[in-house]
Design a protein around this ligand. Structure first.
Ligand SMILES: *Cc1c(COP(=O)(O)O)cnc(C)c1O
Length: 479
């Protein structure tokens, strides 16, 4: 005689649907078009397996009668499980969201939103386009030439090159010019940015030997000078983007470093991180290296990101001396790090806005940064006005003063005064409201933040054309 409990368990488990039965169910029929047969089969197996596990768990907790289960009930349960697994799977796909966090360059939400001109350019280039084709001659053209000219023009550099991101740009520069030699970096600039970019690690990967100089808070020109030896290839200056050393500090100017580099016959390379193509001092971002100034001050090479404060797509932009840029272009590494036509399209359209002097009014990152407290306040008042009478009495909506942050590995200490919509609901916790906003299955998910048991909505990072839609989503989530 076997164990009676084991016999019971086996009897119940025999009533589980087979994969084929689940695949023939109404739920599977509804999902197959979207999911495809192969994915649906694997999800069905997982659904049945998870129901099986539930049954075994239940039995281990106490006696369960086989009669408490039926084939029909287990099939229905497996269908529900299948639907849930499919939704969980789908929710990891890219989706547009409304960023109501007030973090302008939000790493988790795709950093910079593109200008509408850049969005159109990307859609255009998604078809066949003249990536490496010259319409004039009907022959092969030079990839990226237009963007490179724009970059050189805007920054005053002799030449430019585009790679996949700023980390790739730094890696390329250090590999091409400092492999097997030494790179001098101030101890105050050995930073980690955005979790994955660590200056010492990038240097090690490139095959260059790190030569640290100075101290965390103070490094003098003479520290650099003393460290320069036969093997020195590069003086590297890193903008410590998401980190600030304040108080008793000192570091030489880029111009001083440039003089030193020239005298000693080594290269001066600045990793500007975000960098700025226009002066961002009015927005509290005067610390961001202005790329044209770095070039004018004598940096041989400067690298920066395409999707931080520049407001374009992910890319690493390299500008500087023509002979150096050409060396990078000819290096095999460039072929591995180059960008695709979509990135060129986005960058062309974005950089054209800078070249025409209209970036401020068209590049979303700059528009968002330039909005003052009153500008945000006007939109807040309109939106709150639209909520009047549509929200139940349990919900308390107020307007409070607060701060938006720049974020995204660029200037996290910089804050802009803003006005926030603060939401409290007598029936639900702040976490529950935040989840409902994020969940909105049919509409666009809204990403908000929580502070002191209130959900806060910051319109600074919401596209103005989305204000009406956001109002409707708020009403739905608070109903
Ligand atoms: C952000 C940053 C990087 C990395 O840029 P990605 O474009 O994210 O690769 C490198 N260096 C500095 C100084 C940065 O601020």
């Amino acid at each position: 005689m076997g164990n009676p409990k084991a016999a019971e368990t086996a009897a119940i488990l025999r009533m589980l649907p087979s994969t084929d039965e689940l695949l023939n169910s109404g739920t599977a029929a509804r999902l197959v078009g979207e999911a495809g047969q192969t994915r649906l089969t694997s999800l069905s197996r997982r659904a049945i397996e998870s129901v099986r596990k539930d049954i075994v768990d239940d039995i281990s907790k106490g006696p369960v009668q086989p009669s408490a289960h039926s084939r029909a009930a287990l099939l229905a349960k497996s269908e529900r499980r299948l639907l849930r697994l499919w939704k969980a799977d789908r929710s990891t796909a890219l989706r547009r969201v409304i960023n109501a966090t007030g973090v302008v360059v939000h790493t988790n939400l795709g950093r910079a939103p593109l200008a509408s001109q850049a969005v159109e350019a990307v859609a255009m280039a998604a078809r066949y386009c003249t990536l490496e084709y010259d319409l004039g001659s009907g022959k092969r053209g030079k990839r990226g030439a237009y963007v490179e000219n724009l970059l050189a023009n805007i920054t005053g550099a002799e030449a430019a090159l585009v790679v996949n991101n700023c980390a790739a740009a730094a890696f390329a520069v250090l590999t091409v010019f400092a492999k097997g030699g030494e790179t001098i970096v101030s101890r105050g600039e050995l930073v980690e940015i955005g979790g994955d970019f660590r200056v010492p690690d990038v240097l090690a990967q490139s095959g260059s030997v790190l030569r640290e100089v100075g101290t965390t808070n103070r490094t003098k020109l003479s520290d650099y000078e003393k460290a320069i030896g036969e093997n020195t290839k590069i003086i590297l200056r890193v903008h410590p983007s998401n980190y600030r050393i304040v108080g008793f500090t000192e570091s030489p100017t880029l111009r001083d470093l440039s003089g030193l580099a020239r005298r000693k016959g080594v290269l001066l390379y600045e990793d500007a991180g975000s960098g700025a193509l226009v002066d961002l001092t009015p927005f509290g971002l005067g610390d961001e290296p202005l790329i044209s100034r770095s070039i004018a001050d004598g940096a041989d090479i400067v690298t920066f990101s395409g999707d931080k404060l520049l407001g374009g797509c992910q890319a690493g932009l390299i500008v500087g001396r023509r002979d150096l840029i050409e060396q990078i272009r000819k290096h095999p590494l460039y072929r591995a790090l180059r960008v695709d036509k979509l990135a060129y399209a986005a960058l062309e359209a974005t950089l054209e806005l800078y070249a025409r002097g209209v970036a401020q009014d068209n590049v979303p990152v700059l528009q968002m940064l330039s909005m003052d407290r009153e500008g945000v306040g006007r939109r807040v008042d309109m939106l709150v006005g639209r909520l009047q009478g549509k929200i139940v009495a349990d919900v308390e909506i107020s307007v409070i003063d607060g701060e938006s942050v720049v974020g995204g590995g660029s200037a996290p200490t910089v804050r802009r005064e803003t006005q926030l919509i603060a939401i409290r609901d007598g029936r639900r916790s702040a976490e529950e409201i935040e989840r409902r906003l994020r969940d909105s299955e049919a509409g666009t998910p809204v990403i908000a933040r929580i502070e002191q048991d209130r959900v806060l909505i910051d319109l600074r990072t919401v596209d103005e054309s989305d204000d009406t839609k956001l109002g409707e989503l708020l009403i739905a989530a608070l109903s």
